[in-house]
Design a protein around this ligand. Sequence first.
Ligand SMILES: *[C@@H]1O[C@H](CO)[C@@H](O)[C@H](O)[C@H]1NC(C)=O
Length: 250
Amino acid sequence: MVSIVPLWILFLTFLSALLLGSLPQCRAMSFYDLEAVNIDGYRVKLSAYKGKVTLVVNVASKCGLTDRTYKELVSVRESYARRGFEVLAFPCNQFHDQEPDSNADIKGFARSYNVTFPLFAKTTVKRPMCTHDPSANSLLCGPTSEECCAFNNQIYEYLMSISNKPVEWNFAKFLIGRDGGLIKRYQPVEGPRTFTREIERALASADTGDGDGDGDGDGDGDGDGDEDDMSHGSSDGGSNPTTESFSDEM
Ligand SMILES: *[C@@H]1O[C@H](CO)[C@@H](O)[C@H](O)[C@H]1NC(C)=O
């Protein structure tokens, strides 16, 4: 009897080691477990940004918000990069065909704004169900449109799984805390300069306390009124080459 006890202890130790070893596989997916293809075609693990505060944003070159937002992204990134802030930009052509060009062209366009933050390959940020939105996108994102049939990146699939509304338009922003939790979403018209205080707060804290990140923009809670916001945003942004971009073949 006395000699059996140590065996049981040994067995339990072995068992718990096994269970602990398998825990990471059972754990829910986190932001830092994801990976994406960058604009040069290489796979990038988001674990590379572990411990940073990141702003995930879907970008487009031909939107009324483009000029203002690119400038703000560059300047805000420059202000906070040393403290651990990074912008992760995902070009997407799902909104009014406003990112129609190739990855190489998009990269060149971003360079004209002196972008130094990571750009990812052109991707999808909307679920297929959004394609039946009665907005202008139905033309571009019909059920047969390959681009809109599924997410082709883990990032937005994940962000949509933890958020409560689809990406509204180009330049929707997700502020991610150092722990990988979603702190807050910002609407396309909300330039990053308008929430630098929240970026600073995120940089100052070691963890985000994911309980308060509801993933909702703090706006009017309209849910469906995003289209109005967008046309408003477009006119704000000065001349808008939207109509020209429609001449491109899909
Ligand atoms: C990019 O940097 C160059 C060199 O510093 C500068 O002349 C140019 O104005 C910058 N472009 C933008 C859009 O800020």
